[in-house]
Design a protein around this ligand. Sequence first.
Ligand code: NAD
Ligand code: IPM
Ligand code: MN
Length: 360
Amino acid sequence: MSSAPRTYTLALLPGDGVGPEVTAEAARVLDASADAFGFGIEAGEYAVGGAGIDTSGDPLPRATLDACLDADAVFLGAVGGPQWDRVEADLRPERGLLRLRARLGAFANLRPVSVSETLAARSPLRPERVAGTDLLIVRELTGGIYFGRPRERTETEAYDTMRYSVTEIERIARVAFQWAEKRDGRVSSVDKANVLASSALWRDVVSRVGAEEYPEVALEHLYVDNAAMQVVSDPRRFDVVVTGNLFGDVLSDLAATLPGTLGLLPSASLGGRAGLFEPVHGSAPDLAGRGLANPLAAILSAAMLLDALGEPEAAAAVRTAVDAVLADGPLTPDLGGDAQTDDVGAAVADAVLSPTLSHP
Ligand code: NAD
Ligand code: IPM
Ligand code: MN
């Protein structure tokens, strides 16, 4: 490995609600990992979502998009909130995020979910069912019903279009199979092929890609209703789950019941030039401004960012630090603690800087 100093340009998009609170902690941990592992970070902050609407009338202002297209990686907190819920559909905060994902070409959304013994003990589900869960949801992110045309709302009706091309399905299937090769060699493809034409195509294409290119990976197909039931009743049966945009959105929030909180689930969206890293959760208006949000989903998203930058040792150090904090605290209320968002971020950053202090 070269030891030449390296500096990465990051675009930080704190967004709305708890977004700025958890982004501050992710940035603190990224800075700590840069200090500990000898690289530089040049981070600029840009408005997105409701913050973009309020500052420049656009949920994805031009300056924000340009900065993201120039960055080595993009980190986003969360967007949305009740104050923008009445905004016209194409100008909502969420639309800014969707446009950003599309413009970055970030079609492969990786949402890992793992449950240690410690977390299983706090799960709302039976600990003996969820302990040892280690699954990866590979969600198609720039197609499907989120983007399909036509899409219209009139006075008397409204419709969306769930549309997938062979090319879109092939490329997300390859991502899933490649992850399975590095993991436990199993892919579960989730669709609604018994009802939807786009899902019938999905199933055929995933089967063909698997058979032709990844014959050593075990492939199964599940209907999404059954998959939802299995995710909570028998989560350890899953290794890699590949699915479309809408089903992946729902299944990933459902999977948050396994560790017991959305405040632990990170994500990485890859496929374009710069990756986009964001917690799975939203702006949590019920927690915003009170220091109650768990920053670990954001911090674990920062670990995925470090992996994508080619800093695997720093990423591993962040994950080790998170594990130490999960074992010994401090923890936010969603995990049964009474610590504040910044207490948790500071503890993770300290453990990254002085790993021996937390692991004597
Ligand atoms: P949400 O994810 O914001 O909150 C759902 C539940 O999870 C709430 O009870 C909340 O308190 C809890 N929660 C969320 N994050 C948490 C954290 N870090 N620590 C502890 N608990 C946490 O979903 P919602 O309430 O349906 O949506 C609120 C707003 O966020 C909406 O405007 C929605 O469109 C938006 N949203 C944005 C994103 C994103 O930016 N990626 C994702 C989902 C929802
Ligand atoms: C997510 C969110 C987004 C989505 C919204 C805010 C557009 O729920 O990242 O899971 O549906 O993809
Ligand atoms: Mn979601």
